[in-house]
Design a protein around this ligand. Structure first.
Ligand SMILES: NC(=O)c1ccc[n+]([C@@H]2O[C@H](COP(=O)([O-])OP(=O)(O)OC[C@H]3O[C@@H](n4cnc5c(N)ncnc54)[C@H](O)[C@@H]3O)[C@@H](O)[C@H]2O)c1
Length: 358
């Protein structure tokens, strides 16, 4: 994956529990990280930050400019549990913290691995155990910049526009990151997904850039797919795909589909990365207010974020150990009820930390 670019044994991470089950799963992630750090003799400092709905409701502050500066300046990256609270219906704090950091630190790669660890976890009939896809979702442009507006809002003549922003440098860097990842990890196929038959302007740009960048990677099989065809194919034969690169909106949707065919939300980690600069790792799931405080939240996606963070920090052996720990917990059935087990969140964490300390 796109890394920090400075291999070492020392790093400083901010830990943000957030809302709902966020603090529960991120506490497990921090324990597992500490155990992996101990095992590999790493010097990893973790600082807890209170950025949450509780803090917003208490102090009226989501995140200050100074906090954002310090997070990005003084840390190599951050681990985030989840944000979202029914008491903040407009999601003001989520927008400021999560989207704010994404744009402020220019975290243009949304890195979403979807690997089928246990075939029984897939909802597909007869899934191929070789299914292992990495999504590179463009994370700073497309339809998510807020460009557009409403005219005659609230009337029966209301007009709403939402514009998709695609720049050559923005498309080039995400496509290049996808190819570089494929080349570095021995993946033989990169698939670009768009809707060039209907969204002709952005489609033309994406296809041109994909061909231009791809020309530098002649050993990698390259194909361009329409998003509707891709949605079908991800269900039909997900094992065909290795690296998928796409826009913000299509990546948002397809990577959730990829997560579901490889085991569901409880297992899916993600990284928001500015290669060589800063990164924020978060489980794909939300704050799950319906189960918060009951001790049954599945911590494996948060632990998967630890593996991604270690990989980003170029602490590869520790990352591989954490990944193996996740696979072992699934093999041995040390899982929370959503995966059919009977363990509590903390019991899964204790089991993993003990395994790493052994
Ligand atoms: N990146 C984020 O921080 C993020 C992502 C998605 C949703 N959200 C926010 O989270 C809140 C709840 O959203 P939602 O209910 O649509 O999605 P959700 O992912 O929080 O929950 C969906 C369902 O999956 C279950 N679930 C989720 N994570 C689980 C886990 N680790 N273990 C066991 N079960 C789990 C929940 O109990 C719920 O039934 C909202 O405020 C939403 O805006 C935040």
């Amino acid at each position: 994956m796109p890394g920090k670019g400075t291999p070492g044994r020392q790093a400083r991470l901010a830990v943000i529990g957030g809302d709902g089950i966020g603090p529960e799963v991120i506490a497990v992630a921090a324990d597992v990280l500490a155990a992996a750090s101990h095992r590999h003799g790493l010097d990893l400092a973790l600082d807890w930050w209170d950025l949450s709905a509780d803090r917003y409701l208490r102090d009226g502050v989501t995140i200050t400019g100074d906090e954002r500066d310090r997070l990005v300046r003084d840390y190599d990256g951050a681990l985030l549990g989840a944000l979202g609270d029914p008491r903040v219906p407009d999601n003001a704090h989520t927008r400021d913290i999560l989207l704010g950091l994404r744009f402020y630190a220019d975290l243009y790669v949304n890195f979403r691995p979807c690997k089928l660890l246990i075939p029984a976890l897939s909802p597909l009939r007869d899934p191929d155990p070789a299914t292992d896809i990495v999504f590179f979702r463009e994370n700073t442009e497309g339809l998510y910049t807020g460009l557009g507006g409403r005219f005659k809002a609230g009337t029966s003549e209301e007009v709403a526009t939402q514009e998709s922003l695609n720049t050559y440098p923005g498309v080039e860097r995400i496509v290049r990151a996808a190819f570089e990842h494929a080349a570095a990890t021995g993946r033989g196929r990169v698939t670009m997904v768009d809707k060039a038959n209907a969204l002709v302007h952005e489609g033309a740009l994406w296809r041109r850039v994909f061909a231009e960048v791809g020309a530098g990677f002649p050993d990698i099989t390259q194909d361009a797919m329409y998003v509707d065809a891709m949605a079908m194919d991800l269900v039909r034969r997900p094992e065909r795909y290795e690296v998928v690169v796409t826009s913000n909106l299509f990546g948002d949707i397809l990577s959730d589909l990829g997560a579901q065919v490889t085991g569901g939300l409880g297992l899916a980690p993600s990284g928001n990365i500015n290669p060589g600069s800063w990164a924020l790792f978060e489980p794909v799931h939300g704050s799950a207010p319906d189960i918060a405080g009951r001790g049954i939240a599945n911590p494996l996606a948060a632990v998967g974020c630890v593996a991604l963070a270690l990989e980003y920090l170029e602490m590869h052996e520790a990352a591989a150990d954490v990944d193996e720990c996740i696979a072992a917990s699934l093999r041995d059935g040390v899982t929370t009820p959503d995966l059919g087990g009977s363990a509590k969140t903390t019991e899964v964490g204790d089991w993993m930390a003990a395994r790493l300390r052994d």
